[in-house]
Ligand binder design. Structure first.
Ligand code: KG4
Ligand code: ZN
Length: 376
């Protein structure tokens, strides 16, 4: 993946993410399905053009991270306002980089949940406006189904069924992807999501926001065996996760060290915390593949870009004869190409949303309940 970045006057980073320098296959066929995808569920405004679910013609991202850093986390109101300012530019850039116009696209797809309601609404309104103005079909996509589908982009041979470990800022799920758009959740977090634990520990240890990448970087300099933090196992729900005990244990250690005037070794705390998280994630994922009888494991979500998790799973999968699939780090965190990938399989199944589609901030994974009218 090649990423071109430009910092704008307001601190927002504009990125264009490309799969290969020489671009994609320009041979058009009348059966090609070209989807314009939009994502705005949290603090990234994103638009992409994706052909046949796996070929990314353009992938544009406008990252607001710098604007939220001074507050130590995402401020929903700022996120929504910036989406309003940036989304049209992202869509224009996505169409132009892909060399298409709205006339050439077959459908408009958008994340309609879960996420911050005000942020989601910007993308949803934009997608509905484009669908209404052009008469093109509208497809609502679940954000986490998008994360899972990011695996299809660089792994052209990956087909369901497979096991997927979904670890983001709001979700930690172990899922069997039975078919395109068909998910069975076999484990989930009882409290904090993995990314949330990274963010909270990073703040407590003084690394700041965004926590995941900062812990990942600090951990490389630290000793993962410096502290033995707890790894929760839940009786009777062997695939569920719990990170709140681990988080409290790290916070207690930090508070005690401060009270006793001891100097905190950030790198050692980061490395030991990261080890505790990634070991439990890897253990559950490998066990699920073995017990459910799947020889393919994929990972998805922001935490899937963690180098410790990627290295450990690479090793464990090789030792257990499991093929390991992971998107490039820039496709693990929020982007619109993954939404275009997920939307393609919905499009092929004939899923169409009506213009009454709304943002659903707490949309469950795998939800296929008819909430809105079917579109044409
Ligand atoms: O998937 P994502 O971009 O947004 C959500 O849908 O939540 O995930 C964001 C989460 C944040 O909690 C962030 O700290 C975490 O992913 N994250 C990481 C890394 N990069 C992002 N966690 C651990 N290591 C990383 N390298
Ligand atoms: Zn996400």
């Amino acid at each position: 993946m090649e990423v071109n970045k430009k910092i704008e006057e307001d601190g927002v980073i504009f990125m264009s993410i490309k799969e290969r320098e020489d671009g994609n296959d320009k041979n058009e066929s009348k059966d090609d399905v070209v989807i314009l995808a939009i994502e705005s569920s949290c603090d990234e405004s994103a638009a992409a053009v994706v052909k046949n679910g796996r070929e990314v013609l353009s992938n544009i991202l406008s990252s607001q991270i710098a604007l939220h850093t001074i507050y130590g986390g995402v401020v929903p109101e700022i996120a929504s306002r910036k989406h309003v300012e940036k989304m049209n530019g992202c869509i224009r850039a996505a169409l132009s980089e892909a060399g298409v116009t709205l006339k050439d696209i077959d459908a408009v797809a958008v994340t309609y949940g879960p996420g911050l309601v005000g942020a989601l609404l910007v993308g949803v309104s934009e997608a509905k406006a484009i669908a209404f103005a052009t008469g093109k079909p509208l497809i609502g996509v679940h954000h986490i189904e998008g994360h899972i589908s990011a695996n299809f982009i660089e792994n052209k041979d990956l087909e369901p069924p497979f096991v997927c470990l979904v670890v983001s800022g709001g979700h930690s799920h172990l899922v069997v992807v039975k078919d395109y758009g068909e998910y069975e959740i076999i484990g989930q977090t009882r409290d904090d999501a993995a990314g949330e634990a990274f963010d909270k520990v990073a703040r407590a240890v003084g690394l700041g926001y965004p926590g995941g990448p900062k812990i990942d970087k600090a951990a490389r300099e630290g000793n993962p065996d410096a502290f033995s933090f707890p790894q929760a196992q839940i009786p009777d729900a062997e695939y569920d996760f719990s990170f709140s005990g681990l988080k409290s244990s790290v916070l207690n250690y930090i508070n005690q060290a401060k009270m006793q005037g001891q100097e905190l070794n950030q790198a050692d705390v980061a490395a030991s915390f990261q080890k505790a998280v990634v070991e439990v994630l890897a253990q559950h994922a490998i066990k699920a593949c073995k017990e459910y009888g799947y020889d393919k494991l994929a990972i998805a979500g922001g935490v899937a870009s963690n180098s410790g998790l990627r290295d450990l799973l690479e090793k464990e999968c090789a030792a257990n004869n499991i093929s390991f699939y992971r998107p490039s780090p820039v496709l693990c965190t929020d982007n619109a190409a993954m939404i275009g990938a997920a939307a393609y399989y919905e499009y092929k199944k004939g899923v169409r949303f009506g213009l009454d589609m709304n943002a659903v901030p707490n949309l469950p994974l795998g939800d296929r309940e008819r909430r809105f009218h079917a579109g044409k």
